[in-house]
Design a protein around this ligand. Sequence first.
Ligand code: GRF
Length: 203
Amino acid sequence: MGRKKIGIMVSGRGSNMQAIIDASRDPDYPARVELVISNREDAPALEKARKENIKAKFIPGIGRDWERKTLDLINEKEIELLCLAGFMRVLSPEFLAQAPPVMNIHPSLLPAFPGLNAQKQALEHGVKVSGCTVHFVDSGVDSGPIILQDAVEVKQDDDEEKLAGRILKTEHKLYPRAVELWARDQLEIEGRKVKIKEEKGRG
Ligand code: GRF
């Protein structure tokens, strides 16, 4: 079976994008990154992707027009899964209805602390444990069905940067794993719940 073609949407640094690219170097990894799309021309992620010889495109504009151009490119490249990785825009229900499945990674244990500055929200709330979540994207903000989560201890002397750094390390393991589960057809969505099925026919 061929590897699934994935597209990654970014707005910034792209360390999660890089983690997925790195995972896909393993010939057994069931997906490969075919396309990177940014809504920001200066996103360092674009340069990182180009270094890996991956088509990386800045698409200017906003709203419906931006989404239509983006969908055209996704269709042209026959992308089967979209991964949002530090992508700082909310996609419209119309876009989501026409796009392949979309995943996102968020630096908290959802449904706690959705939206911006999740690590700061966690520190201000005084939680002892935070972490990260990979979820399918629906039309809300960080509200779709949860695929995987990993917990990270919040330490007494943490500031936003320290906590974000430790969470980021776990993100880099969790996101490639979630993509792998999807690409091996091991995810089953039942309403809000995502079940992880046994892997069939390997080995
Ligand atoms: C990560 O913390 C991710 O969870 C959040 O935005 C950040 C993106 O970082 N959605 P990077 O661009 O992947 O390095």
